[in-house]
Design a protein around this ligand. Structure first.
Ligand SMILES: Cc1cc2nc3c(=O)[nH]c(=O)nc-3n(C[C@H](O)[C@H](O)[C@H](O)COP(=O)(O)O)c2cc1C
Length: 140
């Protein structure tokens, strides 16, 4: 089974996305000093984007802290990115950054908490993510 890990700020869109999709998931805490979830199996990361006006810094700081630990990053297999289409080319850019840096596929982009087709897509990913992907070792 696919494990899911997500980050969501106070606005909670990504938390609602995971809830609407009916997926059990571990949450990356917003507080700097809170313990990170322990990761012991392959997972898909779901993250919103928080870029500045130039599009820089799209990956939330808590997600960077989470991925900076090799013992967690080694289990990352794919990413789903959330955002707001009003950001134009910066839409869901955190997903592109993580996909490039960690050499994993960006599976889907979701606006805000998503709509029923997004929830269905995440459920399909949950059910069908291939064992090849889950078993691949990531060293980046
Ligand atoms: C300060 C700020 C910067 C943002 N920057 C981006 C961005 O660069 N690209 C994007 O697609 N969405 C951007 N967003 C929109 C959020 O990614 C979007 O609202 C997301 O659903 C928030 O998820 P959350 O409520 O789970 O934290 C930004 C939102 C805020 C408040």
């Amino acid at each position: 089974m696919t494990a899911w890990v997500y980050y969501s700020s106070k606005t909670g869109n990504t938390a609602r996305l995971m809830q609407q999709a009916g997926l059990r998931a571990l949450r990356i805490p917003t507080q700097v000093d809170a313990p990170m979830p322990e990761i012991t199996q392959p997972f898909v990361l779901v993250t919103p984007s928080f870029g500045d006006s130039s599009g820089k810094g799209a990956v939330p700081k808590a997600v960077i802290r989470f991925l900076n630990a090799p013992e967690r990053r080694q289990w990352l297999r794919a990413v789903v990115a959330c955002g707001d289409r009003n950001f134009g080319t910066g839409f869901a850019q955190a997903g592109d950054v993580i996909a490039r840096k960690c050499q994993v596929p960006l599976l889907h982009r979701v606006e805000m908490a998503g709509v029923s087709s997004d929830w269905a897509r995440l459920q399909a990913i949950d059910q069908t993510l291939s064992s090849t992907l889950l078993n691949r070792q990531v060293t980046a």
